[in-house]
Design a protein. Sequence first.
Length: 115
Amino acid sequence: QVQLVESGGGLVQAGGSLRLSCVVSGRTFSRHTMRWFRQAPGRERESVAVISWSGDITWYEDSVKGRFTISRDNARSTLYLQMNSLKAEDTAVYYCNEDSGIWSWGKGTQVTVSS
């Protein structure tokens, strides 16, 4: 059974940085395109960034382009999201999942940006 464990969130001032991690077990991580999602209070879960299995293709939601960087370490079965120049509107619970979101969701990691 797949297990997704997100970490690295916290409280940060606007303009600050955080690095999120997601450790995947129970699946062959290196074979899957992976995606970071986020869900703010009262809003639907939305896609933030995607990375191909090899790491050579990435996609970003418009509001995070130039500020967030998705990466992966297939040897460690770990997905990352480097978040710089954080804004209050980035406040949300962040989740990782397979590209289509078909795996069981983890608990996520809370990111709170104070303005």
